[in-house]
Design a protein around this ligand. Structure first.
Ligand code: SAH
Ligand code: SF4
Ligand code: F3S
Length: 486
């Protein structure tokens, strides 16, 4: 679920992390006040910022891309690693100067850091006026009002039901071609290293009708690709009871059967053959053959699976509480290859230097990589997070230099595999959905193939949003280069 920078050469994970945030864009519809949001972390967070913008828009705010013109600044934050939090802290000190010059400015911290630190954040960061967790965004207009009246506003209530299903997100930073749709919130997995279950609360699935409706609306507006988002999409489940409990639109039909992720995927794929469907993240313990067969059945479901392994060693996987072992994982990958073939893109997340990891165990991560040959990976060294199971139970005993060295070995291997995998595409004809012009040249277009790889090719008569048949003629570890066939 990490945010993705793919059309630049692979950066060391740390650097890629540090430079990533997204901001709102300029929108002038004559509203009284201006809102600026800066979003950090995963796609889920970016998707949430769109919900936040939608809520604020209804309450008198236009968005701006310039924080100096804003009446309200929100930082939608991430807690996944220490570095993510330090980046936000640093950013807050930068906002200090503007706040001093303009005391009427409201500064809010949203998202996972808000949830983790709650009102402690108000004590630690004096300039912050509101602290709002991921399930309390409907309360934002009210809390901003409280702040405008000179008080501080905090709401970090975590809900068992909130899915913001009825809120139509204001699309931010969009290329007009692809959009995210959140299909669930929270996570019940309790991986020992992970802060998400604490910051995002219990897992809950969103009403499938509202998901299909959102996909249809996006398609009607000209979007060509949707990515269904959840921390563990394979555990998506919508049952008749839930439907009756939380049904938003009473006119809608009752759901008589349980809808699982494979069913949902099929429902979204049927919206239109011209609408590509992607999803993230798949959990190795939950991904079913039914999902793989559904992917195979529909041409518009992209052949790409983000299947984070974290470690290639079964003892470490057990300590991580991932609830699968090396063999189980490799069996799932073999099944993907059997059903969807070599063309299916597979990517992973990797953590180097988890508590007590030996050199041999680290080698097993490298050897697993040699077997799977990922197209790409998001790679990190272990960062202890307060309050997690690992922080309570295990000692963070691998020296930083060792963690960094192991990470470098993982990155080096991944770069080699990315190039190897990309070379397999040479000479192939692939369908590419154009997302815009390449950063390098206005004369080149940039898009993605089904396996989620970036393809660059000469513009010709094509434009954003077109499906183009491209022959792959060259590649680097990060990018494919092609020639247009049609
Ligand atoms: N739900 C997804 C992961 C979301 S977090 C899944 O289960 O795969 C994204 C990635 O951040 C994780 O896959 C993991 O590789 C990394 N990560 C999470 N906690 C971390 C920590 N404490 N230190 C280092 N990396 C971490
Ligand atoms: Fe974190 Fe595990 Fe949930 Fe992913 S599945 S969000 S790593 S607890
Ligand atoms: Fe996402 Fe970071 Fe929260 S990865 S769920 S924003 S901790």
């Amino acid at each position: 679920m990490e945010n993705i920078i793919k059309d630049i050469d692979i950066l060391p994970a740390e650097e890629a992390q540090a430079c990533e945030f997204k901001t709102t864009e300029e929108e002038n519809t004559g509203k009284q006040k201006k809102l600026y949001i800066e979003s950090y972390g995963c796609q889920m967070n970016f998707s949430d910022s769109e919900i936040v913008a939608s809520i604020m828009k209804k309450n008198g705010f236009d968005t701006t891309s310039n924080f100096e013109q804003a009446d309200v600044i929100f930082l939608n934050t991430c807690s996944i690693r220490e570095k993510a939090e330090l980046t936000v802290r640093k950013r807050l000190t930068q906002f200090n100067t503007i706040k001093k010059a303009r005391p009427d400015l409201t500064i809010g911290v949203l998202g996972c850091m808000a949830e983790r630190l709650k009102d402690k954040l108000l004590e630690e960061e004096k300039l912050v006026d509101v602290v709002v967790g991921p399930d309390a965004y409907r309360d934002l207009p009210n809390l901003v009002k409280v702040a405008e009246e000179g008080d501080k506003g905090v709401n970090t209530f975590l809900s068992r039901e909130e899915t913001y299903a009825d809120i139509s997100p204001v699309r931010l930073n969009t290329n007009g071609v692809s959009a995210f749709i959140s299909i669930m919130r929270g996570c019940d997995n309790m991986c020992s290293f992970c802060v998400v279950p604490f910051t995002r609360g219990r897992e809950r699935s969103r009403d499938p009708h509202s998901i299909v409706k959102e996909a249809q609306e996006l398609f009607d507006k000209g979007y060509k690709e949707v990515t269904l988002l959840g921390q563990n999409v394979d555990s998506y489940k919508w049952s008749p009871e839930e439907n009756n409990k939380a049904r938003l639109n009473k006119q809608e039909e009752d759901v008589s059967e349980v809808i699982n992720f494979a069913n949902l995927l099929e429902m979204v794929a049927k919206v239109a053959p011209q609408l590509r469907v992607r999803f993230s993240t798949s959990h190795p313990k939950d991904i079913t053959d039914e999902v793989l067969y559904t992917m195979k059945k529909y041409d518009n479901i992209c052949k790409y699976i983000h299947l984070p392994v974290q470690s290639g060693n079964s003892r470490i996987l057990d300590l991580m509480n991932r609830t699968y072992d090396r063999e189980w994982y490799l069996e799932r990958v073999a099944k993907i290859r059997e059903i969807l073939g070599q063309e299916c893109g597979i990517s992973s997340d990797m953590i180097a230097g988890f508590c007590s990891e030996t050199e041999e165990e680290h080698q097993e991560t490298l050897s697993l990589m040699d077997i799977v040959k990922y197209d790409f990976s998001y790679m990190f060294f272990y960062s202890e997070r307060p309050g997690t199971l690992a922080a309570k139970k295990y000692e963070d005993d691998i020296p930083l230099e060792t963690k960094k060295r192991r990470l470098q070995e993982i990155i080096a291997k991944q770069t080699q595999h990315s190039l190897e995998r990309n070379k397999l595409d040479l000479g192939q004809t692939q369908e590419v959905l154009v997302e815009g012009t390449s950063k390098r040249s206005e004369e080149q277009l940039k898009g993605r193939n089904s396996a989620n790889k970036v393809v660059i090719f000469p513009k010709g008569n094509h434009k954003k949003g077109d499906y183009v048949r491209v022959k792959i003629v060259d590649c680097t570890a990060a990018t494919l280069f092609g020639e247009v066939l049609s």
